[in-house]
Write a protein that binds this ligand. Structure first.
Ligand code: FES
Length: 127
């Protein structure tokens, strides 16, 4: 069996939502100390809905595929729904990740959570 599913390869070779949002409403950056991979998420939020999302990932194929899939899963969704996105759901949407690569999907969940936290903090400050 191939190590990676077709979906992982698809998102790794042709990642969606790569880039930076200059005037992002929330930015989150996380890393994994063991492998050294880093993921940064940018969110644009209008009326509590994620109108745009972009990412920069300096990492492995699974991390790039997870970021791409995760951004696709939260784009156009309400903030409250995006908060519930789990790494398991991302991995499932990719038709699975090898066990030793599950932490790559955790990075995607954490990056989104961190960007949402940043958004909430900024919101509280401006209120
Ligand atoms: Fe660490 Fe993939 S090997 S994020």
């Amino acid at each position: 069996m191939a190590l990676y599913s077709e979906k992982v390869m698809e998102h790794f070779l042709n990642p969606q939502n790569v880039g930076v949002i200059e005037d992002a409403d929330g930015v989150g950056e996380v890393g994994n100390a063991k492998c050294g991979d880093i993921m940064k998420m940018y969110l644009k939020i209008d009326n509590e809905v994620i109108s745009d999302v972009k990412f920069e990932t300096f990492g492995c194929a699974s991390a790039i595929a997870s970021s791409s899939m995760a951004t696709e899963m939260i784009k156009g969704k309400p903030v409250a729904e995006a908060m519930l996105l789990t790494n398991k759901a991302v991995a499932e949407a990719l038709d699975g990740l090898p066990p030793h690569k599950m932490h790559c999907s955790v990075l995607a969940e954490e990056a989104i959570q961190s960007a949402l936290e940043d958004y909430e903090n900024k919101k509280t400050k401006s209120e």
